[in-house]
Design a protein around this ligand. Sequence first.
Ligand code: AMP
Length: 592
Amino acid sequence: MNSFASFPMREELAQAVKDMGFETPTPIQLKVIPTLLTEPKDIIGLAQTGTGKTAAFGLPLLHHTDVNKKNVQCLILSPTRELCMQIVEELKKYGQHMRGLKVAAVYGGVPISGQIRDVRANPQVVVATPGRLIDLLERKALSLDEVQYVVLDEADEMLNMGFREDIDFILKNTPEREHTWLFSATMSNEVRGIAKRFMKKWEEFSVGSANMTNENIDHQYYVTNNHNRYETLRRLLDFTPGIYGIIFTRTKQDCQDISEKLMRQGYHVSPLHGDMDQKMRSKVMERFKNKTLQAIVATDVAARGIDVNDITHVINYELPDDPEVYTHRSGRTARAGKSGICMSIVSPKEISNIRQIERIVKQRFHKSDIPDGAEVVRKRLFFYLEQIANSVPQDDFAALYQANIHERFEDMDKDELIRRLIWLQLKDTIDMYNDSEDLNAGYDNTSRERGKGNKTVRLFINLGIKDGFTNSDKLLQFITESTDIEANTIDRITVRDLSSFFNVPYSAAEYIIQVLSQKKHKGRKVRLEEAEQRDRERAAAGGGSYGGNRRPNDRPSYGDRPSYGGGRDRSGDRGGDRGGSQKFNRRNDNKR
Ligand code: AMP
């Protein structure tokens, strides 16, 4: 049984799955569905969101639902309103051909009257958050007396949110309950406790381990001092034009403060936390889904309800206390076979936490440099060039204004025109990053921190994303395979569009340069040099800088060049709220 067609499912469900375009069952579906269809015993399923677990329990649940009966037969408990709504949406799609099927949603934060009406309309399936369900039970708006199937979805999260007593109360009030299906991303004693109290003999199913390794996630960390955390976040955002991400904070207060600050500075972000009322949260989700927002700043609990498949980046403004929470956060990206990046901003003291998380995630994390100003400008420039190259202007627009445009710029040379357009687009970024600070926390500590006391040297290589090295692992593989150098001697790989940087022990640098410089990649000669040497040469030639380990005082800055806005007063707060037109330009520059 390895296809939906082979599952002994009622015809209406098989048709719905076909309509929805599901081709192959996901691992958790393959494991759970056949059992629950034929022998719906008690089970524990260890699976995270995004693994297809809603269908894993939803299809068997609907299969066993008798649409001719007018009482609640199936109850699904979920931790948040958002998850509740998602489950209902999914169930409605699976049950689209089941005539007479009624699914009701019950959650807090909205007036109860509508829900009283919904549960009195005889639904066979109720999806509920524990608190509101108890409210309705106390008002005798619905009865659980004939519930046969109970699903606890994201049980660990319900326990984290303090619903233990509510869950116990609800389960005790389901006298006809025959089957309990518990789903959880993690297994803890508390989760096992529910099973022990309320389930008979159960079978456990997990997809890999609960902390499944998702090889499509590139885990990166950026080391900065605590007082530079916010500026680092900002720089990472600026360095990632096109980001569609979630920024995680530990507290609601941080969530609110950081997003307000970012909004004031012209970023398209919004907070999402539990103190916001449901209406506001739904609005934020709507703006995020239609991509009006480039990122959401969220607390762990609020982010649980975000069901978006194409998130490009997760940023940990701070690491979570619990390493397991890291896996929840990073699992928000690289879903449905896509790849994604999880960036963590850490202080030097927190590097040991990274090691701990690496063990749990079972993947190596890459220490990356916080980019300097010139890199940010360069990155945004290339992004903008790509946008121009890929844009398709409306025909009407071209026809209407072509003559005027042509006439106005008839005498201007094409290169000059391009230069001016790009300058207009980027001048704010250039101005802001003129003479920007090095936010990386002490490099020297880094080698000590690795515990070897070895001195390392940073190398430049003329290969980057454009050469197919879309992540650090790919470049690492190329270097190790070409040189026979062990992967763990290479560190801090930073892949850029056209080139990359990495650290190697001094003792190995000469060998690596020599061997790799004789190689070709896709017909192009590979070139390496010491990053500092390269920077010195570029500085002497008056060029910008691209990622070596320089200190601010030996960095050539954009401000050195009068044509890049020299002479402007930059005494103001570069990170502060900016005036009208600057802000407008910045928004343009940030537009997705
Ligand atoms: P879930 O883990 O239940 O939140 O599901 C994540 C997303 O994957 C939902 O949008 C589902 O509709 C979708 N999905 C579930 N199962 C499959 C499948 N077998 N094939 C394709 N998409 C699926």
